[in-house]
Write a protein that binds this ligand. Structure first.
Ligand code: PGA
Length: 258
């Protein structure tokens, strides 16, 4: 059975003080709700800004909630001004790092080849990369969604050490921060394409155990319908992860068995 993963992507939002206040309000709610128990394969992760990592590491250290960086360099260390070192992230105890978010690809010109190198380096220090893939509106309209997301998936996993330690997030670029959510069927179809490619890459057993999250305008009022789709194993959430109540509502999304 795959875990159901609800991941917050705070992007460049929240100061350390705001992050600390969020965790103080959120963690007791989560504890008393029983949403995360040993019996339920449900995982909650916060991808926080670099400046909030110390706060996240401290607040979450004795909880079941994970955290991670939104980006890291593909080298372990060196002369790369402004970048996050995967070696230091490992030392801080970050279990996860986002790779290839569409904002990194579009604004910071991150390439498919770089995502592959990042996945390799992160796995080498024991961090689980969450590889993001997704098509633009023009790519969807020209019927190239499958080609684009499979190309991004194959490139991102080209240098992987293992499929045991990776998560995938499908985020159609046209649905991110726009309020336009993919229909549950559109999302499930893309996830099925990705699952098939994962089987070709790493065999059925590992592909079937790899969580594929959906991201793009996920909100408390659309999460249940999206989660009902069989290939959807969780959410990567931007806007609705910034408020305690809305993110907590997403953490409670019903999903059969998890
Ligand atoms: P959104 O962002 O939920 O605000 O659309 C999702 C993301 O970029 O990961």
């Amino acid at each position: 059975m795959r875990p159901f993963v609800i991941a917050a992507n705070w992007k460049m939002q929240k100061s350390p003080r705001e992050a600390s206040e969020f965790f103080k309000a959120f963690l007791p709610k989560l504890d008393s709700s029983g949403v995360v128990t040993k019996a339920l394969a449900r995982k909650i992760i916060f991808f926080v800004p670099a400046l909030d990592m110390a706060v996240a590491a401290e607040a979450l250290k004795s909880t079941t909630v994970g955290w991670g960086a939104q980006n890291s360099h593909f080298e372990l260390k060196g002369a790369f001004t402004g970048e996050n070192s995967p070696a230091v992230l490992a030392e801080l105890g970050a279990p996860y790092v986002l790779v290839g978010h569409s904002e990194r690809r579009a604004i910071f010109h991150e390439t498919d080849v770089e995502t592959g190198k990042k996945v390799k380096t992160l796995q080498s220090v024991g961090i689980t990369p969450m590889l993001c893939v997704g098509e633009s509106l023009s790519e969807r309209e020209s019927n190239s969604t499958s080609d684009v997301i499979v190309r991004q998936l194959r490139a991102g996993l080209a240098e992987r050490e293992t499929l045991k330690q990776v998560m995938i997030a499908y985020e159609p670029v046209w649905a991110i921060g726009t309020g336009k959510v993919a229909t549950p069927e559109q999302a499930n179809e893309a996830h099925s394409v990705l699952r098939k490619a994962l089987r070709e890459i790493g065999g059925a057993a590992l592909a079937d155990a790899t969580p594929i999250l959906y991201g793009g305008s996920v909100k408390p009022d659309n999460c249940a319908e999206i989660a009902r789709q069989p290939e959807i194993d969780g959410f990567l959430v931007g806007g609705a992860s910034l408020e305690v109540d809305s993110f907590f509502a997403l953490c409670q999304t019903p999903k059969a068995n998890v």
